[in-house]
Design a protein around this ligand. Sequence first.
Ligand code: ATP
Length: 234
Amino acid sequence: MLRVENLNVSYGLVNALYDVSFNIEEGECVALLGSKGAGKTTVLNTVSGLLKATSGNIFFNNEDVSGFLPHRRVELNIIQVPEDGRVFPFMTVAENLLAGASGTKKTWESRKASFQHICSIFPVLEARADLHARYLNREERQILAVGRALMAHPRLLMIDEPSTGLSPLIAMEIYTILRVLNEEGVTILLAERNIQQALEIAARGYVLENGRVVLEGSSKELMISKHLKKHIRE
Ligand code: ATP
């Protein structure tokens, strides 16, 4: 479904990614592991089109989307949940959710149906529907960010460090939801520092260090690899 080939990305004179290549099959959950600053967010932002690669290609269902603007990638249902549960603070929870579907060509009826569905998955969002998102706590914001992404019916859901800063219980809840979504057929690219948690739901993983893929393998192979801890400081 997603094929990333030799991606190079820089911030001005600072190179952040060097020849990063990886692929994801339809229906897979793949982990992108790495320490702080390894380049995980840069990969996700480049796949969603927020950042432009210096060179390299991104194929989605065999179509070269490297030159596509972010909104065209959203139309292909490439959806990103940003780091830190970033939501629109001065919009209500309900408005945030509806905004999640705004880049898609869904009818109003279908948006309302999605809204009801998301509220049934995350009852806390229904309970807070009329509250401005700035009043939510960190965990509720993260749940809202995931709910907003689901409103767009992702084919590829890219999620950036969903467990960072959350209590173990809430992190586990978020991971349970990701597992269910994946079982329902949503393809997931999961950027994480937390090796254990990520490899429990991912089938495979790639390890980034200083902008380079230094290790890859099935989750089983990575879990027992003696090299893994060398490349990642959690
Ligand atoms: P984190 O766990 O902190 O989110 P990460 O693995 O997602 O880390 P990135 O945020 O992609 O890593 O950062 C990769 C490299 O690019 C780091 O060296 C970082 O300092 C640098 N970088 C990231 N954003 C910028 C920016 N806006 N300007 C300059 N350098 C940046």
